[in-house]
Design a protein around this ligand. Structure first.
Ligand code: R5P
Length: 306
């Protein structure tokens, strides 16, 4: 991990999650810069930083939930504004980074969208990227800047331990989530199962079979995000069909496309946990864990302030 040294440190809040930016600033015990993100009448994003960031390490906190493109553009403009205002270093903290699921070309004629986003952030002067549970960690090798790839395990595992579940088995809702499930299973001292998922088309999930013995067990599905909620709901259904006694879920990013909350709410989970990497209006059944301590720890490490 590269080291950034500066006597001055400030947190620049983006438009996507001011509560998280304030939480990170509080954790770091530093000022929250005065940054404005608005839009011109035609929809163009306009940002202005009314704060002295000269010679400072400017930590821009801006995940990119929906509207993804607006938040991404605001992040790019904030990076350019802080750089142009004389910041010594620009650190982008985007705990949820959009487009990360589009890291491979499905067929000739498709873009490599995730790489385009990374190049854009490099081009506007981001020196270091901090992100959380990046959908495809291998993407890091194509980033033009060094990156800190955090994992939400540190907040999810203790929260699940507090639930006191017995006869637990950790379940990956698809083959791509197996490594994550294995890590959680090791930390929780539980075995692992996988649901074989087939996508008939993007944004649709059909679940075929459960690989692993879940009959009579208490299942915890872990995933990096819920977008439509169909993966979680479908996996829960498959587990019940396979004889699971209880099904719980934990996912890092509450992307929550329209209808997702209803989809997950109707899936008869015991407990459901997410994080505040994205602002979430949580109904009473949804537990939300704070990620600011984790993000602040990463920034402290970068600045040699540990
Ligand atoms: C897929 O590879 C991801 O890890 C998630 O399982 C997926 O993006 C969730 O999407 P949805 O909620 O739309 O099923």
């Amino acid at each position: 991990m590269s080291s950034i040294s500066s006597d001055r440190l400030c947190v620049v809040p983006g438009s996507a999650h001011r509560v998280l930016a304030a939480d990170v600033a509080r954790e770091l015990n530093v000022s929250l810069a005065d940054a404005e993100v608005t839009a011109f009448a035609d929809g163009e994003t306009r940002v202005h930083i009314a704060w002295d960031v000269r010679e400072a390490t400017a930590v821009i906190v801006q995940p990119t939930p929906t509207p993804v493109n607006d938040h991404l553009m605001a992040l790019a403009l904030l990076a350019d504004a802080t750089r142009a205002a004389g910041a010594a270093r620009v650190v982008a903290v985007a705990p949820y980074l959009g487009y990360a699921r589009q890291e491979q070309r499905g067929s000739l004629g498709d873009p490599r969208s995730a790489q385009v986003v990374a190049r854009l952030l490099g081009a506007v002067g981001v020196d270091h990227l901090v992100t959380l549970d990046l959908h495809a960690p291998a993407l890091e090798s194509s980033f033009p800047m060094p990156a800190t790839l955090l994992r939400a395990d540190e907040v999810i595992v203790p929260a699940v331990q507090r639930w006191g579940l017995r006869e637990l088995i950790v379940v990956a809702p698809d083959a791509g989530g197996l490594k994550r499930a294995q890590r959680h299973a090791a930390a929780l001292g539980a075995p692992v199962a996988v649901v074989a998922k087939e996508r008939p088309r993007s944004d649709a999930a059909a679940h075929l079979q459960v690989l692993g013995e879940v009959r009579g067990r208490v299942c915890l599905i872990v995933d990096d995000m819920a977008s439509t909620g169909r993966t979680l709901a479908g996996a829960a259904e498959a587990l019940r069909r396979a004889g699971a006694r209880e099904v719980h879920a934990a996912f890092t990013h509450a992307v929550m496309a329209p209808g997702a909350m209803e989809q997950i709410g109707a899936a008869r989970f015991g407990r459901v946990l997410t994080t505040d990497s994205i602002p979430v209006a949580a109904p009473p059944w949804l537990e939300v864990a704070r990620v600011a301590p984790l993000l602040a720890q990463a920034v402290r490490h970068l600045c040699g302030r540990e």
